[in-house]
Design a protein around this ligand. Structure first.
Ligand code: GLN
Length: 313
C-alpha cells in the first residue's frame, strides 16, 4: 500500500503523456482506417489522442484526447461487465475464455466448437454477450449507453446513426456468425434483434477522456464512479484477465509482450488499457494494423509502460 502511494505520487502523468506523444509521432498515420465499415474509412489516420484517468477520477490527456471516435469493439468489455454483473457465471456456458488465435470476425472455429465462441471479445462471442444482455435488460444498447454516460460523467455520449447503419448495411459476416450460432441453439433472441443492438452498441462515440474515465471501474476492482459496486473483486480481476489474453484478438500475445496490460481494442482505432489499482489509459489513432489494432495506439501504450515501468507483470 505504501509503495503504491509512493509510485502514484511520483507519477507525472502529463509529462509522461507528452513524452509518449513525441516518441510515437513517427508512427502516427501508419496503418489504415477500417475499410469494411464505409463510415469509418473516411476518418483521418493522422489523428492521435491519449488520456489517463487515475482511480480518483483525475484525467490527463494529450493530442486529440477530447475528440470523439467510434468505440466499436471496445464496447465489448462494457457489455461483458454489465452481463456478468446481472447474470453471473451462467454466461460462461455459452462463450469460452480462451484466446482465439484467429481474426476478430473469423467463422472457422465456430463449427468445430459447436457454436460456442472462443471468448467474449471476438465478434461471435460479443454477439452472445449482447444476446444475453438483451435478455437481461430488454434493451442492451441503451443499457450500455446509459452506463457509459454515467461512468464517464458525460451525458452527451450518443450512438452514431451513420456508423450503425453503415455497419448494418455491410454486416453480412456478423449476420453469418449470429445465424450460425442460432443454428447451434446459442442465440436466445431473434438474430435481427441481436444484430441491431450489436451494431448500435459498436457505433457509440466517445473520446479518450470519456473512455479512460468510463473504464475506471476496472482499475477500481469493480467499484463504479458513484462508489457502488458493479463487479466483485474476483469478477473485475477475471475481466482484466480475459482482456489481457483475448482483448487484441490474434495479436494478444504481442500486446502482452509489448504493453503488459489488460487491453481492448476497436476498429475505430481506440484502445483501453487498465493498470489495476492505479489508472485506466485510453488511446486513439485510426490507422490499424493487419489484425485490426491501432498502430500508433499500441506503440503509445508500449511506450507508456516502457517509460514508467508499469505493467501487471
Ligand atoms: N463493429 C465491428 C465489427 O463487428 C467491431 C470490430 C472491432 O472493433 N474489432 O466488425
Amino acid at each position: 500500500m505504501e509503495n503504491e502511494a509512493v509510485t502514484r505520487a511520483a507519477l507525472d502523468y502529463q509529462g509522461i503523456l507528452e513524452q509518449v506523444a513525441a516518441d510515437v509521432a513517427p508512427q502516427i498515420g501508419g496503418g489504415r482506417p477500417a475499410e469494411y465499415i464505409p463510415a469509418l474509412a473516411s476518418v483521418d489516420p493522422r489523428r492521435f489522442g491519449m488520456a489517463v484517468a487515475d482511480i480518483d477520477g483525475q484525467v490527463h490527456g494529450v493530442g486529440d484526447w477530447r475528440e470523439p471516435f467510434s468505440a466499436q469493439s471496445i464496447t465489448k468489455v462494457f457489455t461483458l461487465a454489465l452481463t456478468l454483473a446481472r447474470g453471473g457465471e451462467e454466461l460462461w456456458a455459452h462463450v469460452g475464455r480462451e484466446p482465439s488465435g484467429n481474426p476478430f470476425n473469423s467463422l472457422v472455429q465456430l463449427e468445430q466448437e459447436q457454436g460456442i465462441p472462443r471468448n467474449p471479445f471476438i465478434n461471435a462471442g460479443a454477439l452472445v454477450v449482447t444476446d444475453h444482455l438483451q435478455g437481461l435488460t430488454g434493451d442492451a444498447s441503451s443499457e450500455l449507453l446509459e452506463f457509459l454516460r454515467e461512468e464517464s460523467g458525460n451525458p452527451g455520449l450518443a450512438f452514431d446513426q451513420e456508423v450503425a447503419e453503415s455497419e448494418a448495411a455491410h454486416g453480412d459476416r456478423n449476420a453469418a456468425l449470429a445465424h450460425f450460432m442460432a443454428a447451434y441453439g446459442n442465440m436466445r433472441n431473434p438474430v435481427p434483434t441481436v444484430l441491431h443492438h450489436y451494431f448500435w452498441q459498436c457505433s457509440i462515440t466517445l473520446s479518450c477522456a470519456d473512455l479512460a474515465t468510463a473504464g475506471l471501474f476496472l482499475a477500481r476492482h469493480g467499484v463504479r464512479a458513484d462508489s457502488s459496486r458493479l463487479l466483485t473483486l474476483s469478477e473485475a480481476k477475471r475481466i482484466n484477465a480475459v482482456m489481457l489474453t483475448c482483448g487484441t484478438y490474434d495479436a494478444a500475445g504481442d500486446f502482452a509482450y509489448r504493453v503488459g496490460l489488460p487491453g481492448k481494442s476497436g476498429v475505430g482505432g481506440g484502445i483501453i488499457a487498465v493498470i489495476p489499482g492505479l489508472c485506466t489509459l485510453a488511446v486513439w489513432s485510426p490507422g490499424l494494423d493487419s489484425r485490426g489494432n491501432s498502430v500508433a495506439g499500441v506503440a503509445a501504450l508500449d511506450r507508456f509502460t516502457t517509460l514508467t515501468g508499469l505493467s501487471v507483470f
